[in-house]
Design a protein around this ligand. Structure first.
Ligand code: FES
Length: 580
């Protein structure tokens, strides 16, 4: 249904704070005037919050303050009133045990920041992995008009004539050191080569995936995802987005108008086409829960099955985000999906029009970076959702990052009870393991390793690596970095820490993985499985207080997005129990 803009002018929510002569209006307005704002700025024009995840400790977003200046310029030009607001910045490369533990906290803080303050519209300035979903989730729960501007990826890394992809090279090189193919000195030399400019990870890791998801959902202007962080066109995008949000407020174009089921279907298919991160599964499930759209794990499997991975980027392929931008970026991918009948062309975007209008004229400038379907990296690139007695509520695997010869595999389980057990034994030459085995890691799900750490792509045993083997089947309830690769079964649900079947796998059990049949099976009888589960008790510590306890008590399973049970849904923009 075409979007019907609201009538303008009308009274905006910021006028509850600024638009009158009461004592409270003077209190709200007068204090802001100490920043030198003239009185006519409070005349009813849209107040736009630039929610900025800049932080010195979130280096991927380290350039967002400069970008915010361009957003402000756009807002002023369009007749809005910009106010920059720092918000919780969950940095992927500093937060422990994992930034994912703080995604929901950041989302909650953003939601309350927006609702509690005189914000009519928001520009979500994001980039690093968790900053994008957390701000989108918070905005979705207020349903205040919002637009996403990502910081853009770093320029290509180069080391000794080879591309160095953020994260991906780190995993490769650390395995090379264990296999004796690289020295520690060379590893240190490569460090700066990986991160040579401002921006997010330059692979199709989680940051680039989530930027692509925001664009495919229609929450960012077309072309936003791939522009490098230091390219002048990134600043142009910021300014245009600043202009656009003002009109979105006037039209009352809200997240719930944009993030419909059709938009989520487009995003899920896009993830398959770009070879996107498995992390997108948990983030989009959580986001859908915020806007009240029914999206399930099965939608991921159903919609992604026929989507070929055509974007030739690490970790699935060869190139990096800079080259994806030069090739035409996400609009080319969306156009391809549209031509293949895999895009809901009428889905509305923040532009105010259908997505197809934005992408139908896109041109592919490099057919090795964005390949034709008959030269796809993987014919069936969507996330595979596996089920079976080992994962009754599902588990996921990324086919484009897996090895073809392991997609059907039966092997002996080698079990690690938790990450400490894995770290203690993986380097032991006496560990009874070879490349035909299935590595099983327990207690790394949302509750088990609070936040569901990215340890699912556990490194192979050195004695296997030394044989030149680079992949084995690995199964866990953990996540995996979007920059990582391998035949890795993730997000197994229910997780071990709550007594899912993963908790009772024993070393020596046989496990069958059959990706084409979407099956993950522990080869023991139903009776044996029931007996083991009946005898199981949790070994995970329950936090005594603080945020860790809130997290433990309320986080849901990976199969529904690992959101907090009490944060699902949209609570709107109305201030509760307003005392003014
Ligand atoms: Fe921040 Fe990759 S670690 S974008």
């Amino acid at each position: 249904m075409p979007f019907e803009p609201a009538e303008w002018p009308r009274k905006l929510r910021s006028q509850e704070w600024y638009g009158g002569t009461s004592r409270d209006n003077i209190y709200h307005r007068g204090w802001l005037k100490n920043q030198g704002y003239p009185h006519d700025l409070f005349d009813g024009r849209p107040v736009i919050g630039i929610l900025n995840t800049w932080s010195d400790l979130t280096p991927c977003n380290g350039h967002l303050r400069e970008l915010a200046e361009k957003v402000k310029a756009g807002i002023w030009e369009a007749g809005g009133f910009p106010l920059e607001v720092p918000v919780f910045s969950a940095s992927e490369n500093t937060f422990r045990p994992t930034a994912m533990m703080y995604r929901n906290l950041a989302a909650m803080a953003v939601e309350e920041t927006m609702r509690a303050q005189p914000i009519d519209g928001a520009v979500l300035l994001v980039g690093c992995d968790k900053t994008t979903p957390s701000l989108m989730m918070g905005a979705a729960s207020t349903d205040i008009p919002s637009i996403v501007v990502t910081g853009g990826p770093m320029l290509n890394g180069w080391f000794r004539g080879e591309r160095v992809g953020s994260g991906t090279a780190l995993w490769q090189m650390s395995e090379d050191i264990k296999a004796g193919k690289m020295t520690q000195e060379e590893f240190l030399e490569a460090e700066q080569a990986m991160s040579r400019s401002s921006g997010t990870c330059n692979t199709m890791g989680t940051a680039s995936t989530m930027a692509s998801m925001a664009e495919a959902l229609g929450m960012a202007l077309s072309g936003n995802a791939a522009i490098p962080g230091v390219d002048a066109r990134r600043r142009v995008m910021a300014q245009l987005s600043g202009r656009r949000i003002v009109q979105m407020v006037k039209d009352d174009l809200k997240p719930s108008d944009v993030m419909t089921k059709a938009a989520f279907e487009n995003a899920i298919r896009t993830n398959g086409a770009i070879g996107g991160s498995t992390n997108a599964v948990v983030h989009l499930l959580a986001l859908a829960g915020r806007v009240g759209v029914d999206v399930t794990l099965d939608d991921w499997d159903r919609l992604g099955r026929d989507v070929p991975t055509i974007v030739n980027l690490m970790p699935s392929g060869k190139y990096l985000m800079e080259e994806f931008f030069y090739a035409g970026g996400l609009p080319v991918v969306l156009k391809r999906l549209g031509e293949a009948g895999m895009l809901n062309k009428d889905a509305l975007t923040v532009s105010g029009g259908p997505v197809w209008d934005e992408v139908k004229d896109a041109v592919n400038w490099n057919e090795d970076v964005i390949r034709p379907a008959d030269r796809a990296l993987t014919a069936s690139g969507g996330i595979a959702v596996l089920r079976g007695n080992l994962a009754p509520d599902g588990a996921v695997l990324k086919p484009s990052a897996a090895s073809e010869h392991l997609m059907k595999h039966r092997g002996r389980a080698v079990v690690f009870e938790d990450i400490d057990d894995y770290k203690a034994r993986i380097g032991d030459d006496d560990l009874d393991i070879d490349e035909t085995c299935v590595m099983v890691l327990k207690n790394c799900g949302p509750k088990g390793y609070p936040g569901m750490s990215e340890v699912g792509n556990m490194g192979l045993p050195p004695k296997v690596l030394k044989k030149g083997i680079t992949d084995m089947v690995r199964i866990s309830d953990a996540r995996m970095s979007g920059t990582a690769y391998g035949t890795v079964v993730l997000h197994t649900a229910p997780e071990a820490a709550v007594g899912g079947p993963l908790a009772v796998v024993r070393s020596g059990d046989m496990i069958e993985l059959d990706v084409p049949a979407r099956r993950l099976h522990l080869d023991i009888s139903d009776e044996e499985l029931a007996q083991r589960l009946a005898a199981w008790s949790s070994s995970v510590d329950v936090p005594s207080g603080g945020y860790a306890k809130l997290f433990h008590d309320h986080v849901e399973g990976a199969d529904t997005g690992a959101d907090f049970d009490f944060l699902r849904g949209c609570r709107g923009s109305e201030v509760p129990r307003d005392s003014h």
